[in-house]
Design a protein around this ligand. Structure first.
Ligand code: KG4
Ligand code: ZN
Length: 344
């Protein structure tokens, strides 16, 4: 009853999300995605995403309030993703949140999307949520980031990011090369079933000893992407059937290997035996399997929030809002901007 009741708004990429959380209890998680529309273009087009948010934000807000059975008057605060993300997309959510705050007088918190992904773990229904400090590996179509989180309401540090494509983007592009539809991640996962992950040894970007200085925690998927595309071309040019299943399995193996190698190097270097895995790519069967296996080998406890809370959503933003309210943090000044490159 005196646990904070917070509404969270998320519009950083192609999901319009509004979630409502009381304490650590999820009351509603309404999401509209422009994925089907984006599929026509084979990836997220920023202008299309922003327009879709503008159309969806009010209906999604309504749906969340109805599902939770609460009114705006019941809320204690509003939280919204201030960044990082697509500028035009972020502006829709931030604008909506500011309007609601002005109309209701509710305190408003502009929050970091990546920290929001970590807060999703607070909403798990089984087991204990992750403790801090923790290392978080956030992998989606929009980001591939390794962060150190000391607390949800205090310091976080960006350890490394992709220097080219996001991991999910690589899945989407390789799916296209293999003639599979968008979004590519689930398609590649399906195609890989029964494939031989050792059939092709695709490159593991930035894992060479010479990359372990400056780029120790950074990711690169462009070399992998090129290598897979060349392999497909070779079969096509020879008039042979492309071994889709083996290529999908080998590609997925390379991505999973790189992700876990980097994440567990960070855990070891920092002496932090806790790893959180989130983002759309956390849905990947092989990534999950390899994460469980390698974490167990080195005694790192692995946390993966429920899948619906791994992809972009408003509930994780609301969960983070609850933490900020509970910690007595001051709300954001109403003039805070949507910031596409918001630092940690
Ligand atoms: O977090 P998310 O829903 O949205 C953002 O990108 O912000 O992630 C979507 C991404 C897409 O690139 C999609 O291909 C990828 O996550 N994805 C997967 C899987 N399911 C979704 N990648 C690999 N394996 C999957 N099973
Ligand atoms: Zn995200």
């Amino acid at each position: 009853p005196d646990e904070p009741l917070v509404l969270g708004i998320e519009t950083s990429c192609d999901e319009t999300g509004v979630g409502i959380v009381r304490g650590r209890t999820l009351l509603a998680n309404a999401v509209a995605s422009s994925m089907d529309e984006q599929a026509k273009y084979g990836g997220v087009v920023p202008e299309v995403a922003a327009r879709a948010h503008a159309d969806a934000i009010v209906p999604v807000l309504r749906e969340a309030l109805d599902t939770a059975g609460v009114t705006l008057d019941d809320l204690d605060a509003i939280a919204v993703t201030a960044g990082p993300g697509l500028a035009g997309a972020l502006m829709v959510g931030v604008g909506a949140a500011k309007s609601l705050s002005v109309a209701t007088g509710l305190p408003l918190y502009g929050v970091n999307h990546l920290v929001g992904h970590v807060a999703a773990d607070l909403l798990r229904e089984d087991g204990e949520p992750i403790e801090f400090p923790a290392v978080a590996l956030l992998v989606s179509g929009g980001h591939t980031s390794l962060i150190r989180v000391d607390s949800l309401t205090g310091d976080s540090e960006m350890l490394g990011e992709t220097i080219d494509d996001a991991a999910g983007e690589a899945f989407d592009k390789i799916a296209r090369v293999l003639g599979l539809p968008y979004p590519g991640g689930p398609q590649i996962d399906k195609a890989a079933v029964g494939g031989d992950a050792g059939a092709f040894r695709f490159p593991r970007g930035l894992t060479h000893p010479k990359d372990l200085g400056k780029h120790r925690y950074d990711f690169s998927f462009s070399g992998l992407k090129t290598s897979v595309a060349r392999t497909v071309e070779k079969f096509e040019d020879a008039g042979e059937q492309v071994p889709v299943s083996d290529i999908a399995a080998s590609f997925r193996e390379a991505v999973a290997d790189v992700l876990l190698t980097k994440a567990l190097a960070a855990c070891a270097d920092l002496g932090i035996p806790r790893l959180l895995l989130a983002g759309g790519v956390a849905a990947n069967t092989r990534v999950r399997e390899l994460a469980a296996q390698r974490c167990a080998e080195v005694g790192v406890s692995l946390h993966v929030p429920p899948l619906a809370l791994c992809t972009d959503n408003g509930a994780m933003i609301a969960a983070l809002g609850v933490e900020l309210v509970a910690a007595g943090k001051s709300p954001s000044p109403l003039a805070f901007p949507a910031d596409s490159t918001l630092p940690m």
